[in-house]
Design a protein around this ligand. Structure first.
Ligand SMILES: Cc1cc2nc3c(=O)[nH]c(=O)nc-3n(C[C@H](O)[C@H](O)[C@H](O)COP(=O)(O)OP(=O)(O)OC[C@H]3O[C@@H](n4cnc5c(N)ncnc54)[C@H](O)[C@@H]3O)c2cc1C
Length: 294
């Protein structure tokens, strides 16, 4: 099913993001995680694409697993930086042959050292245009940044760039993870002012570890509310308490977003089902049934 259909007429869609594992053990545990997550009948499971093509074949392999073994729609992530038009067209052709019709169109992070062959693409909107021209019926998601993309000069400019991806043909926006809902809600309102009407789906990662929150805050510049920082700091030497405190925060964050009528939630699973399943169980009563408006 095309990505666009999932949200049609205000329908709600859960989605989960995975990445291609590196070991046979990781593959086995991901297969079982996909099976468990599938019980929630998500709109789709998406699979990431390694920077500069490092796991690009495995992205399609996992999309096949999602579609054939779990009978769920798959969304293949695809990055364009340092890629050629011909290379991406080949990849799109292969994915179409495998029955993958939904894509997350991304630029990818800039490598520290620029390659001698810079490729044909500078920004994600160009990839959206390419996909739309080659597969007019494709479902296309793009990335959004409630706290601004780190390279962007300022928020208004970044918002304009996101709106451009939608004008180029994107069907939905999936956000970078965040811990402060107010930032997401402001972002949603700012895009609405720019005339963006496609679903804007918040990206969340269930919090389970103090170190991971600190790492994300460092890596992506994500704002960590004082309340969360303090409560995690208090239990930083106790793993099970970190899990309980983190999950409780994530449950509240999710509940608030569901009450705000978000069109879906995109979970960064890190290839593990446990915390997502626990969280979903706790917010079950607030999750709109498929077909219901939020
Ligand atoms: C949901 C989600 C999934 C992701 N999946 C992956 C993945 O699978 N693999 C991976 O490698 N990375 C992934 N990423 C990370 C992403 O590749 C990086 O954040 C990357 O740095 C930016 O990608 P983008 O698609 O947002 O780029 P763009 O939308 O092109 O934006 C990148 C920067 O360029 C600026 N910009 C855009 N257009 C213009 C323009 N016309 N002129 C000047 N400046 C412009 C933007 O403001 C921004 O600062 C994901 C991110 C998200 C949120």
């Amino acid at each position: 099913m095309n990505l666009r259909e999932h949200y049609r007429d205000g329908r709600f869609g859960l989605s989960f993001e995975i990445f291609p594992p590196k070991s046979a053990e990781g593959e086995q545990s991901l297969r079982s995680a996909i099976g468990e997550l599938a019980r929630w009948q998500p709109a789709f499971i998406s699979c990431t694409y390694g920077a500069v093509g490092s796991t690009n074949q495995r992205t399609l392999d996992w999309c096949r697993v999602i579609q054939q073994e779990a009978s769920l729609p798959a969304v293949a992530h695809l990055t364009c930086l340092e890629s050629t038009t011909a290379g991406l067209c080949d990849w799109l052709h292969n994915s179409n042959q495998s029955g993958v019709v939904n894509f997350m169109a991304l630029r990818g992070d800039r490598p520290k050292v620029r390659s001698a062959r810079p490729g044909d693409f500078e920004f994600a909107y160009q990839l959206v245009e390419l996909i739309r021209s080659k597969i007019p019926t494709a479902g296309i998601g793009v990335a959004g940044y409630p706290e601004k993309h780190p390279e962007a000069a300022d928020e208004p400019t970044d918002l304009q760039h996101t709106a451009r991806k939608v004008r180029a043909g994107a069907d939905a926006i999936y956000t970078q993870l965040f811990f402060d809902n107010q930032r997401f809600l402001r972002y949603r309102d700012s895009l609405a002012v720019l005339g963006v009407e496609v679903p804007i789906v918040p990206g969340l990662m269930p919090i389970t570890e103090y170190d991971r929150v600190a790492h994300i805050a460092n890596l992506c510049g994500t704002f960590v509310p004082q309340e969360l920082a303090d409560s995690l700091e208090r239990v930083k030497h106790d793993r099970s308490a970190q899990y309980a405190v983190g999950l409780e925060y994530s449950v509240r964050q999710t509940e608030e977003l569901l009450r705000e009528g978000v069109p879906g939630i995109h979970f960064y699973t890190l290839n593990k089902a446990g915390a997502c399943l626990e969280l979903l169980e706790q917010v079950r009563s607030l999750i709109p049934q498929r077909g219901d408006k939020p």
